[in-house]
Design a protein around this ligand. Sequence first.
Ligand code: NAP
Length: 280
Amino acid sequence: VSAKRLDGKAVAQERREALAERVRLCAQRSRPPALAVVTATEDDAALAYLRSKARLGEKLGIRVEQITIPSPTTESLRRRVIELGNDPSFDGILIETPVAEGIELRALQSAVVPEKDVDGAGSVALGRLFEGRPTFVPATAAAVMALLDAYEISIDRRDTVVVGRSLTVGRPLAQLLLARGATVTVCHSHTADLAAHTRSAELLCVAVGRARFVTAEMVRPGAVVIDVGTNPVDGGLVGDVDEDAASVASALSPVPGGVGPLTTLLLLENVVRAAEGSAG
Ligand code: NAP
């Protein structure tokens, strides 16, 4: 038996036309939605993420602009982020990660005004998510939920394990799952006997950042497995879950082609919501 493939690329494709229509309405009413992506790095992965946003933005009619400053420091970047908050030509602002060493990411994320925090990374957005009345949900966590919903995978009452507790993925995802009635265990690098936890999960979400970290033996037979990891290996991308898990799981999201493409689309959906002024 091989697990059903949860095709995030196809789900993203299905949502695209509706979003393009909203973009057209924004453009008619005022101007096309616009996202400022602040980059403070030469990191290949960060620049690749930026390009993928820019490419999809271009197809949809959303302006995605890279913002850099010469010799960036935390303070000079923070000032730039505050200026962007007051700049009416941008609806959304995000800080591309990873940032260069020595730059304090949280200081920049906290400087984004809540109305433009389309990455859901600031304290207001995270607090609202925690309260169960989210404004902008971090796109990766939202992408996992959208993928589950697109395949009508039930969440309520499910024994669920999230591996990873980052502020960008693991924690927001755990909150979203909890709000939908899952019983959630969050595992991390200090978890004793990780495999015992993962093997108990009906729904297993993995966001660790280590290639093929979760092996088939760590998966409960029939589980639904969502692989958030994207690890560059030999010029390609592999997930945090070994391909062999497909022989044990009932459903598995592939890397690439699973959570990734949906993440980019949902981020741009947040930009359009910001432009419409329709966020919480
Ligand atoms: P991160 O900030 O590095 O967090 C990794 C998490 O994994 C941490 O909570 C860490 O635990 C945990 N971890 C590390 N080693 C572990 C181990 N041996 N056992 C158990 N847990 C362990 O990474 P992230 O930003 O959450 O991203 C995770 C992965 O998702 C990466 O591959 C990233 O590229 C990918 N990602 C994909 C998308 C997408 O669109 N598909 C978007 C964002 C991220 P501690 O907290 O204890 O250190």
